[in-house]
Write a protein that binds this ligand. Sequence first.
Ligand code: F6R
Length: 243
Amino acid sequence: MEVIVTENYQQMSQRAARIVAKAILAKPSLVLGLATGDTPRGMYRCLVSFYQEGLLDFSQVTTFNLDEYVGLDPYDSHSYHFYMQEELMGKINIRPENVHILLGIASDLLEECCQFEQSIERSGGIDLQVLGLGENGHIGFNEPGADWGSVTHLVKLTEETRKANSRFFSSWEEVPEKALTMGIKTIMQADRILLLVSGKNKGAALREALFGPVTPRVPASVLQLHPQVMVLVDQGTTQFEGS
Ligand code: F6R
């Protein structure tokens, strides 16, 4: 596992975008796994400017997003569909049919998860998976206690995660209680993983994920077992170095 501590958020974002860009240049039909949340916004901004400058072509790229809230329409401004459209997809030349985001309002959520897994398989598997880190050590929405053999599935979000994400909603009641997420097994099957960590509230989770025991209590600790992980840490993520 390679860990790089960057001076600030902007540097972390630029490095992350360069890693993704390099991967697309090396393989134009890259299969890219993506995350939402605050952490990757800067990376998406850089990728959009690479595209606008004519440096990157997304026309053959395929994407799979980690997760989506259950019950939110793709046009709902709190949905991850909406987030991805705003931050990236609406600003680059990716083909809509190559963008895969779980549908949180599917009538059959289990079937939705199965089809998502099948699409990943059909695409040949994820080449590079971008991840963020939850304050409680979650990756995707695989919460503490997650089953490591899990593929894409329905989860009940913990109170901690609902609290952390309530900043995006105007009331507590609006914060979804459930989500669909790639499983730990799905994530671990990616060829390469890029974990982005930013925020003062992430220090403890990061320390446990990188240096603590490998345990389902800290889902991100499973990454210690993956052969190709790069971690980019914004130095503002306090308590990391003092561990
Ligand atoms: C989002 C996701 C989550 C976030 C994590 C960190 O698609 O899978 O695991 O990456 O909750 O969120 P932020 O970046 O908002 O701190």
